[in-house]
Design a protein around this ligand. Structure first.
Ligand code: MG
Length: 396
């Protein structure tokens, strides 16, 4: 008798054969009894959400820093946008939404302060131990650094959640032809849909880009066509349509937000249509069989081409914008200075990290300490270090 209060029954009824079903999980390193009403991946999601590293995402920049205003995305709001897009895709493809959400909330948890420039500089400082990878560091956080349980370090997440993040850290499975779980694949796709769209939004809002300059891109033209079509269908709320598309406004809704909405919607719609076709051959297969068969879902060729064009444009016009470069360079300098000061005086590391250095090189431990910081906390420790010549810095 099916009981919809039981997660296993709900999954049996709702999920596709090729979804990752909770009943097939390989479990946790430290075995735990099942929960009365939460499935293993729902519990993983909650553990990540309640972790201290997750909360710190609110203080980490995505692309733009706090010096550039307060409107734009932080790594926390980016993470929620990824989770939202990924959950929608998971639901339509009948994949495991709890696992999808857990993976989305986890995916950026290992990012150091100051976005990609922070990662680049840490990686240079840590060259002798193989550099730094935020995907790998996310695993270190949830397996070792988070302290929530008496019996063990880390969050004791399910094997599939850890393996999904591990796939992001080592994209090596492609080499042996095995594909990641479909839930892992769609989180990757949702990540890039979300950041392309919100970087367009933030850059327009900050005046780093104009709608006119974006109109050279195929995907923007198509999104704009959808905006125009919907505007002409709706009457009453439309205030004015100018010949110049960037000047068109709808009451209380600037063009920018309509454009970004359509940009996400057309990519998700394309992805769903294409994926449903790609998954026809997988009907009746298990999650494992789909992986062995190397089945991958993705965008249509046309949208894939347009996305590459958009990303190239954003790289040149936004990420290398003259207003952004000095901010990034100065942040990179502070991270590098903090790193070399700690390397010269490792006794200034907080106690927890000095203990970690008993089992691993100082260079790795210093990198972990800095990588866990928010942008603001990193600046504070930089100040503390320059103002006083002794005593350990603060733990996060
Ligand atoms: Mg991301």
């Amino acid at each position: 008798m099916i009981d919809l209060r039981r997660y296993a029954d709900r999954e049996h009824l709702l999920l596709a054969s090729y979804a990752m079903h909770s009943r097939d999980t390989e479990g946790r390193v430290h075995p735990e009894p099942p929960h009365a009403y939460r499935g293993p991946f729902g519990r993983d999601r909650d553990r990540i959400l309640h972790s201290s590293a997750f909360r710190r995402l609110s203080g980490k920049m995505q692309v733009f820093t706090g010096e550039m205003g307060t409107y734009h995305r932080t790594r926390l709001t980016h993470t929620f946008e990824v989770a939202s897009v990924a959950r929608t895709i998971a639901r339509v493809l009948r994949l495991n939404e709890d696992l999808t959400e857990a993976l989305a909330l986890l995916h950026d948890i290992g990012h150091p302060p100051f976005g990609h420039c922070g990662e680049d500089v840490l990686s240079e400082c840590m060259a002798e131990v193989g550099g730094f990878s935020h995907n790998q560091f996310a695993l270190t956080i949830v397996e070792q650094l988070e302290q929530r349980y008496h019996a063990f370090s880390g969050l004791n997440l399910s094997a599939e959640t850890l393996a999904g993040q591990d796939t992001r850290a080592h994209k090596s499975e492609a080499a042996i032809g095995r594909a990641p779980l479909l839930e892992v694949q769609i989180v990757d796709l949702a990540d890039s849909i979300a950041y392309d769209a919100h970087d367009v939004d933030d850059a327009l809002q900050m005046g780093l880009l104009s709608v006119e300059s974006l109109m050279q891109l195929g995907i923007i033209q198509r999104a704009m066509d959808r905006v125009r079509q919907k505007s002409s269908e709706s009457t009453g709320r439309l205030t004015r349509i100018s010949a110049d598309p960037s000047k068109m406004e709808i009451l209380g809704n600037p063009m920018r937000q309509l454009l970004v909405h359509e940009l996400i919607d057309l990519q998700v719609s394309d992805l769903l249509k294409n994926s449903l076709e790609q998954l026809q051959v997988a009907e009746g297969m298990s999650a494992d069989q789909v992986r062995d068969a190397g089945i991958r879902v993705g965008h249509s060729d046309e949208v894939m081409r347009e996305r590459i064009e958009l990303e190239q444009f954003l790289f040149d016009a936004v990420y290398r914008h003259p207003r952004l470069m000095p901010v990034r360079e100065s942040a990179a300098d502070r991270v590098a200075t903090l790193f070399s000061a700690l390397k010269a005086a490792p006794m200034r590391l907080p106690m927890r990290f000095r203990r970690r250095a008993e089992t691993m090189p100082f260079v790795r431990v210093i990198g972990e300490y800095i990588a866990g910081m928010t942008d603001g906390f990193c600046d504070q420790q930089f100040e503390n270090l320059s103002q006083s010549s002794h005593g350990p810095l603060a733990d996060w």
